[in-house]
Design a protein around this ligand. Structure first.
Ligand code: ZN
Ligand code: FE
Length: 260
């Protein structure tokens, strides 16, 4: 895994298409738009070997048809979602082997944003990588469109349990917006303040704030911190409700962010 490059391609309004490559072969994660993907493959001289899909939304799948007209590659994606271009449906516990990249990825089911949303997780002795679509963002999480708050909470907990050094490749550049909400909810978080300074510097230079990692998210992401007193108190003040269970705090936090 150490010889692999993982490159963000800005696409649509604020999406990233992640290209995993070894300078010869490439896997394409969530191609919402074929145009930037094709251009990158061509200028870098990369041969696509697979498309990986996390969930059915068009900003993650919209480029499939055009890519498949050009390249005959397998398309991996969730069994539980109706995505016509998928050739290899996968589910929790499945493992996929991208042989030409010498990369093995495990499938983790993380429902909530959509019913069948999956993540791709790879680990070696030195490194772990996670492609988590619209479930975990830097300092935020996806909206709950199809699942329940409990499902989303459980999915996020599942990701938070991965090794701390796991590099997290999210599919949207939502970091600064997420941070202003996170700061409102947990103004006393110094790690968050430091991270926001760095993120602003990156965005000023038009650079991605991603990948993030699990340790950073556990330190800064309010949706992974629903057991901390400052967050519980903020939610209590905002809603006027007395909440104790982390999942209740999470549910109110997500609602609050929806209208923030
Ligand atoms: Zn989505
Ligand atoms: Fe999306």
């Amino acid at each position: 895994m150490n010889n692999l490059h993982i490159h963000p391609l800005p696409a649509l309004r604020d999406n990233y298409i992640w290209i995993i490559h070894d300078t010869v072969h490439a896997a394409i994660v969530d191609p919402g738009d074929a145009t930037p993907a094709m251009a990158f493959l061509q200028t870098q001289g990369l041969q696509p070997i697979a498309i990986l899909i996390t969930h059915h939304h068009s900003d993650h799948t919209g480029g499939n048809r055009q890519l498949l007209e050009q390249f005959d590659v397998p398309v991996y994606g969730p069994t539980q979602e109706n995505i016509s271009s998928i050739t290899h449906p996968v589910q929790e516990g499945d493992t996929i082997q991208l042989q030409s990249l010498a990369l093995t990825l495990n499938i983790i089911e993380i429902p909530g944003h959509t019913r069948g949303h999956i993540a791709y997780y790879g680990s070696s002795q030195q490194k772990s990588i996670l492609f988590c679509g619209d479930t975990l963002f830097s300092c935020g999480c996806g909206r709950i469109f199809e699942g329940t708050p409990q499902q989303m909470f459980d999915s996020l907990q599942k990701l938070a349990a991965l090794p701390a050094h796991t590099q997290v490749y999210c599919t949207h550049e939502y970091t600064l917006g997420n941070m202003s909400f996170a700061r409102t909810v947990e103004p006393g978080n110094d790690d968050l303040r430091q991270l926001e300074i760095r993120a602003k510097q990156l965005r000023q230079r038009n650079l991605p704030t991603l990948p993030t990692d699990i340790a950073t998210e556990k330190a800064c992401n309010p949706f992974l911190r629903c057991q901390y007193p400052e967050i519980i108190n903020s939610v209590k003040q905002h809603t006027g409700k007395t909440l104790s269970e982390p999942v209740e705090v999470f549910t109110e936090l997500r609602e609050w962010k929806n209208v923030f």
